[in-house]
Design a protein around this ligand. Sequence first.
Ligand SMILES: [Zn+2]
Length: 433
Amino acid sequence: MYTLNNSIRDYAWGSKTLIADFLGHPPSGAPEAEMWIGAHPGAPSEAILDRGHIRLDKLIEADPEGLLGPDSHAAFGSTLPFLMKVLAAESPLSLQVHPTREQAAAGFAAEEALGLPKEAQTRNYKDPNHKPEMILALTDFEALCGFRPASETKAIFDALVTLFRETGAEIPEVLQEATSTLAGADDPSAIRQTFTGLIRGGDEVSCAVDAVAALLGSTIPEGPYTAALKTALDLSEAYPRDPGVLISLMLNRVSLRPGEAVYLPAGNIHAYLHGLGIEVMASSDNVLRGGLTAKHIDVDELLRTVDFTPLPVPRLAAASPAEGQRIWQPPFDEFQLQRIELEPGAPNIDLPAGLPALVLVASGSGVLETSLQTLELGKGDSAFAGAHESPVRLRAGSTEPLVAFVATTGIQEAMPHRRPAHPMTKAVTTPQA
Ligand SMILES: [Zn+2]
């Protein structure tokens, strides 16, 4: 087992206080957007050794089968298949979508063949992997996630048209076209057509965004879509004239309470708006952006990647196999997330056997133990436990209750013959009220 040093990304949308408060560190003064815990070569954690330290990806490279275990190694190869982040959004992230594994592999190969440097502005694919993800809210957490049914988007756009009419302002052509498209075709083709019109719209769409922002600046009607309209107004202030403002109204507006989670499969268009959370994903950095950003937008590649099927909000329920333990298992094999809360003296909980694990202590202190080693972790500390070290026991330190997050692979269910079935639930999908 190794304690880890992790790097914090200073993306402009990051909070200046949330990650520092969560980890119990002094704030850096700069935005602290994401702390990466894992072995992605873009910002690998460092494993601390008796003398010096080593990048976690290099450590694993030296003994992939031992550190990852035969199941993970057989399923995902020689790299750690998941990445855990602490994510703190002060302002909205870009509207984005992640590719399937096939798209990512083809896109990565094509960009490598073109000789495009990985840090190039126009680069879409930084690695050949897909990036399904989940986020668990640690504070109230606001997001946009997946398309609403076309009928709901039409109802919102209709309400805007009515407001324009009431105030005597000119109704943007773009809105009228969208409402007739949304009324005239079935999901998902109406959604595709409307989205495409907005994202390709140029000046006409930008003027419509201006007009809608001015309208909402003077009045926001009370009703089922008030939160969505407020979000559109906020986005128009941060990203004036950006088509993403109108596109945001096509998406489910999601509010998570602490302890609630959603998962995001390939093709799901989403934007995190505000809040602190633990994010776990397949180890990848492949993002296609669709607005609300100053960064590169590749519209053609985006349109190939977005899934236009309207979806209920993919909320993820936790299983509670033991006192103090909750497990979120999204329908992906690469990862699962556990939250473990233990009082001093409470029975320990074993980390998943035969699999690699990342552990992050959120409060109190904890102790990781194998037959050979004891590792003490304080608030904000993190560790990597290799598969070959099982069994690894986690318990609270002697004085304070422990809250820890553990990320590991989700492959138990895919290979039940390898070991006793794991007590976990299927991902539960419920419609957003
Ligand atoms: Zn994402």
